[in-house]
Design a protein around this ligand. Structure first.
Ligand code: FES
Length: 362
């Protein structure tokens, strides 16, 4: 294709032509038919600035200002909503929200309000920049990166010009609401400090076990009878009333899980263990007292159970005392008996906290 066939608007400008008023970029020079550009890679310059509706119509500018202010105000309201959610919703309140299902009301409201607060600040800033701040493109020639006095003076001058062009001085409503929104968002972080406390109080000391609670076989989900527990077997049990679809199931089973074994009464060395058993059936916490792994390995000849995490070993025929490993103390025992219908039941809750010994210091 010859240069005569190239549309005029696609031809490059000539080098060394006049610069635009914006500064530095050479203006585009039309080539007459038959002329060939000296430098086909010359900077074509910046396109002419097209004013926006807000640049020429003060009513449109006012509308934009109100929109930006509305977004910043929404951000402030959302931040207030965030703080109010912390006060209003208890940690354990669960609500059904389609399509999420059952969710924590506190977490949902905190996420929504904080998300809206941050989104509105961002959307307000973007709308402000796109409609009210100056959109005149300027080209600046490269220069050495040195903090010469003239450069610093130019930076300051540019900064002042930018502040003027952003209309922050003139648009007081935007300035006030923006400062308000920016000042309030960090308050969300202050209320989050509440999550550092409080101490767990007695929550870690209590399990669902209480007088009269039946022992439910975790495999069959049926109440256990003494005849279900054979000598040498290891059975896992949980308290009646604890359902797997309960949202607190994981928290509760992590504390209440039991190991049931049957030992010949004559082989039980610990007097209290024998008293708290039923015909040699003993119930101990399944949660290791080192750092809380579930214990699952039982050696029926020695009556030892082994924690798979760090090999703490407990003697179930001697009060579940620690005979090896890093665990701090014996496994707690649950006192059991048989009710009128012949089912195994708890005669009390655990008398000491289950699981890692450091919980007792809480
Ligand atoms: S958790 Fe059981 S030995 Fe470490």
């Amino acid at each position: 294709m010859s240069s005569q066939e190239i549309p005029e608007e696609n031809l490059p400008s000539e080098q060394g032509t006049a610069h635009t008023a914006g500064g530095g970029a050479p203006a585009r020079t039309k080539l007459r038919a038959g002329e060939v550009a000296d430098d086909p890679f010359a900077d074509p310059g910046l396109p002419a600035h097209k004013p926006r509706i807000q640049d020429i119509d003060e009513r449109a500018a006012k509308r934009s200002e109100r929109t930006v202010a509305l977004l910043f105000t929404l951000s402030m309201l959302s931040t207030i909503g965030f703080i109010a959610s912390f006060v209003a919703f208890p940690v354990d309140k669960i609500v059904y929200v389609w399509p999420l299902g059952h969710v924590s009301a506190l977490n949902l409201s905190l996420g929504l309000t904080l998300g809206v607060a941050l989104f509105c600040i961002g959307a307000g800033a973007v709308h402000w920049a796109r409609t009210l701040m100056s959109d005149v493109e300027v080209a600046d020639d490269r220069h050495p990166i040195e903090a010469e006095p003239e450069v610093r003076a130019k930076v300051m001058a540019d900064f002042k010009a930018g502040a003027e062009e952003s209309v922050i001085g003139r648009r007081k409503l935007i300035r006030t609401t923006m400062f308000g929104a920016l000042a309030m968002v960090p308050l969300s972080g202050v209320v989050l400090l509440r999550e550092l406390g409080p101490l767990p109080e007695d929550k870690l000391r209590k399990t669902l076990w209480a007088k009269g609670k039946l022992l439910i076989n975790q495999n069959t989900m049926e109440p256990l009878r003494p005849e279900d527990v054979a000598v040498g077997s290891l059975t896992f049990a949980m308290p009646e009333g604890l359902e797997e679809d309960n949202h607190e199931f994981n928290n509760e089973i992590a504390k209440a899980a039991l190991m049931i074994v049957r030992i010949q009464p004559a082989d039980i060395k610990d007097k209290r263990e024998l008293e708290w058993s039923h015909q040699g059936i003993v119930a101990f916490s399944k949660i290791c007292t080192h750092v809380g792994c579930p214990i699952s390995l039982y050696e029926q000849q020695t009556h030892h159970v082994l924690c798979p995490c760090h090999q703490s070993t407990f003697d179930l025929s001697d009060g579940a005392r620690v005979i090896f490993g890093p665990a701090g103390h014996a496994l707690p025992q649950l006192r059991i008996g048989v009710n009128d219908e012949g089912f195994l039941e708890a005669l009390n809750g655990f008398e000491e906290p289950v699981g890692p010994s450091f919980w007792e210091r809480g």
